[in-house]
Design a protein around this ligand. Structure first.
Ligand code: ZN
Length: 158
């Protein structure tokens, strides 16, 4: 079955909006298996004071719990921003076969921008990457978030 990529990316964007609502960098993720969303996650790094609380890690943990397995071999992960090195590592470890990315991240992206950890021949697992799915919406959401943050900071001198 051909998955409706835009539909799932919109769901990932909904997760990113939840992060934005608590003043976190808006990044969201969903994991899809057999046409169904089995796990969701959004960035909560500041809220939970944890570098581990990236959208992808949260979604991977939930999916693993749900399936009772550390392997997510028949799942597709949708994420609004190119994964960092930690999340790319977890994606490879979980044997996720495919990742669909909204916007790329030239400063920290580890799916081709800084490094491509998802497709290193030397590792035992490589991940298919599809990028630019609703990329404009995903990057506009981030630009808007950072512009608002700068405005707030400029408004209250400390
Ligand atoms: Zn990450």
């Amino acid at each position: 079955m051909q998955e409706n990529r835009e539909y799932y990316m919109k769901e990932a964007i909904c997760q990113a909006r939840r992060a934005e609502a608590i003043e976190e960098v808006p990044i969201g993720c969903v994991i899809v298996r057999e046409g169904k969303i089995i796990a969701r996650g959004y960035n909560r790094r500041n809220t939970d004071h944890s570098v581990l609380k990236h959208a992808e890690i949260t979604a991977i943990q939930k999916a693993c719990r749900k399936l009772g397995d550390w392997r997510l071999e028949d799942c597709t992960l949708y994420v609004t921003l190119e994964p960092c090195q930690m999340c790319a590592g977890a994606i490879v470890q979980a044997r996720i076969p495919k990742v669909v990315i909204g916007a790329m991240n030239p400063k920290a992206g580890s799916a081709g921008s800084v490094i491509n950890l998802l497709q290193m021949k030397a590792f035992n697992h490589q991940v298919e990457i599809e990028k630019g799915i609703m990329g404009e919406e995903c990057s506009a959401m981030l630009s808007h978030f950072f512009a608002t943050l700068r405005r707030k900071r400029a408004a209250k001198p400390d």
